[in-house]
Design a protein around this ligand. Sequence first.
Ligand SMILES: [Cu+2]
Length: 195
Amino acid sequence: MSSSQPSNRPVRQPTALALSLAAASVAFVLSVALAQNTAAAQQGHMPGHTMSTPLSVPIAAPVATPPTATRMAALPLTAQNATIVAVPPGITETSVFMTLRNAGSKPVILSGVTSSVAAHGMLMVTRRDAQGRTGMSETRTLTVPAGRSLSLSATGDHLMLMGLKRPLKVGERLPLTLRTSDGRSLKVTAVVRKP
Ligand SMILES: [Cu+2]
């Protein structure tokens, strides 16, 4: 009656073993990936802001074959109070403010910003002309000095998102990617706030 059951066992056991080995190796890979993310995240980021090593290829990278993420050191940058300014309906561009702190011993040169909700991003400088008028203009780079902070604000250097693809809601949290001139990137979570 049940004499056929024992003969099934030797077949099932190796299968179960193979499955558990496969599960174990997946778990191992995941734990390595988690450890790497945690190591990057522990470099002093503030609550509400995320930071990670560059896993995506910069869109406008001038090099044909960008270095892999594993060979690039994580940026020593942290972002605080990242804010996307809420704009009235119909307005399709907005400003982005934050304070960037560079804990490293070399300047970090920002060369771009992107967001999935905007067609493109720009780095901006605000300057006062000889007549005392203030105006902003696009700049190719913004520098966070070694061991110092760069404040991106309404009255100074800042970022802009152009060609918003949809209205942004106050309180919404959106990811931004800051890129540097040496091909690294920093992911920042910004909150949409009223000006
Ligand atoms: Cu602006």
